[in-house]
Design a protein around this ligand. Structure first.
Ligand code: PA5
Length: 468
């Protein structure tokens, strides 16, 4: 990729494909890119979408560019500025933030938080967090103990009294449909807590993010919350990380959402214009598709090197599963964190079924100064030979050692390299993987939008509970 910072290096995998295989896919992939971009035009035109192309949720593609243009044109009135204002207000008012949501209304924010905030964020003092709140996620499961524990913790903090930000909790409640049972049940519990503990402040402390209609929207109107953010109609849940769904919690947690959007917009531009050989999206899809079609490798392992990227992998698991897991087809995604999982799944990846394409997701240099192995007078562990070696150097040895072991066994690997973890690189990565998923859907004739299969369990669960 030439004009952007993410780079894709599939050389080791390419040695296992027949010569010219990728070039042979060029025409089909360029057509899939055109189809993906034509969807945007169709969606923007407001014309009715032919039944075979429904549902069509292509709004995410130009969304980052639209938001940045809106910022230029409307400054303080723009959506970005309004999100920033709400974020500052929540930071001032509260020291704990609970984000409620499930699936696409949860996983992207968790990915950003884990990638860009320290693992021990919630243990830091308020000033170490630059007045950004501690962050908790709920509503992504029905787990009574877990919810109970969190509510009890927040109750104990509230003892500080409603006058101190340290004791207060803010809630961002996210559901596009507004009717998903898990986050709705959680919202009722956390809403009750805020209303009871901080009387008169709930309209400021609670911010719903939802579609234009639905139960959460009606509830928000009835409660008169000061801010309610919309999830645009043409952007599906798992494509919504760069809407208010991800942006509001992110900005409240102190992340730079302008840079995040700039990263995504740069990637979209690259996708539109870069020739096939340099196009990171098209090359990624070509390699994934070729291994699946030619070698039956329908298990896509996203091998993340660094625990900060695990939640990005989980976000991608959802994206790929819900978008392409249809009509009894679609590759199975699997996120691993190394070196941790070299000691669990590694055996199978090295010697198990030959159904896996491994993509290494490499975060680039560490954010903080690298640690080194210290010399010690007790050398029974024989580590003095590594004295002065940095941990990144040890990780590098693990990465190349693993790739070599896979190559020796004829197992395909490719590298997706970030220049470092930042809002800009993460914005690019999100947009790249969303575009790649849609392009692959267009290539193989699967509509990547919609998730009809998810409805079956919801219907049964509601019937079991006797609710409508
Ligand atoms: O991708 C999707 O659309 C889904 O994963 C949804 O995000 C998930 O089901 C949650 O839906 P909602 O935001 O309507 O509560």
């Amino acid at each position: 990729m030439t004009d952007s910072v993410i780079s894709y290096h599939p050389d080791a995998a390419l040695r296992l494909l027949r010569p010219g295989r990728l070039a042979g896919l060029q025409q089909a992939l360029e057509a899939a890119r055109d189809a993906t971009l034509n969807d945007v035009e169709l969606w923007q035109s407001g014309e009715s979408v032919p039944p075979e192309r429904q549902p069509l949720d292509a709004g995410f593609i130009q969304w980052p560019e639209e938001l940045l243009a809106d910022l230029q044109a409307n400054r303080g009135e723009s959506l970005i500025a309004r999100l920033e204002t709400t974020g500052s207000r929540l930071r001032q008012l509260a020291d704990s933030l609970v984000v409620l949501g499930i699936g696409g209304s949860y996983m992207g924010m968790r990915a950003m938080f884990e990638a860009l905030r320290p693992a021990c964020w919630n243990e830091l003092s308020r000033s170490e967090r630059d007045s950004a709140p501690r962050l908790y996620f709920d509503g992504w499961n029905v787990d009574s103990d877990r919810q109970h524990e969190l509510l009890s913790l927040l109750e104990r903090r509230a003892v500080a009294g409603p006058d101190a930000a340290a004791g207060r909790t803010a809630i961002i409640s996210i559901s596009k449909s507004g009717g998903t049972l898990e986050p709705a049940v959680a919202f009722r519990a956390f809403r009750d807590f805020v209303e009871r503990r901080f009387p008169g402040m709930d309209r400021d402390l609670i911010v719903p993010v939802t579609g234009e209609s639905g139960r959460l929207r009606s509830l928000a109107e009835a409660a008169g919350y000061r801010d309610v953010y919309s999830i645009p109609d043409g952007i599906g849940g798992r494509f919504s990380v760069l809407t208010a769904v991800g942006l509001l919690p992110a900005v409240t947690a102190g992340l730079n959402i302008r840079t995040l959007l700039q990263g995504a917009a740069a990637l979209t531009d690259h996708f539109r214009r870069a020739p096939f050989e340099q196009n990171v999206v098209l090359q990624f899809v070509a390699v994934c598709h070729a291994f699946e079609a030619d070698h039956g490798m329908n298990c896509r392992v996203l091998s993340t090197w660094g625990s900060r990227l695990e939640a990005v992998g989980l976000w991608y698991d959802q994206l790929l599963s819900e978008s392409l897991g249809k009509h009894e087809r679609g590759a199975t995604p699997l996120t691993v964190v190394n070196t941790r999982d070299l000691h669990s799944r590694g055996q199978q990846h090295q010697e198990g079924r030959r159904d896996k394409l491994i993509t290494n997701l490499l975060p680039g240099p560490p954010v903080l100064a690298p640690l080194t192995v210290a010399a010690h007078r007790l050398d029974q562990d024989r580590l003095n030979q590594l004295a002065g070696t940095t941990l990144p150097r040890i990780l590098e040895a693990a990465i190349s050692g693993t790739n070599q072991a896979y190559a020796d066994a004829g197992r395909p690997t490719a590298d997706l390299l970030l220049p470092g973890l930042s809002e800009h690189s993460l914005g690019q990565l999100f947009q790249m993987l969303m575009l790649a998923t849609v392009v692959e859907g267009r290539l193989v004739g699967t509509n990547p939008y919609g998730q009809p299969g998810v409805e079956a369990y919801k219907k049964n669960m509601q019937a079991n509970l006797g609710i409508q």
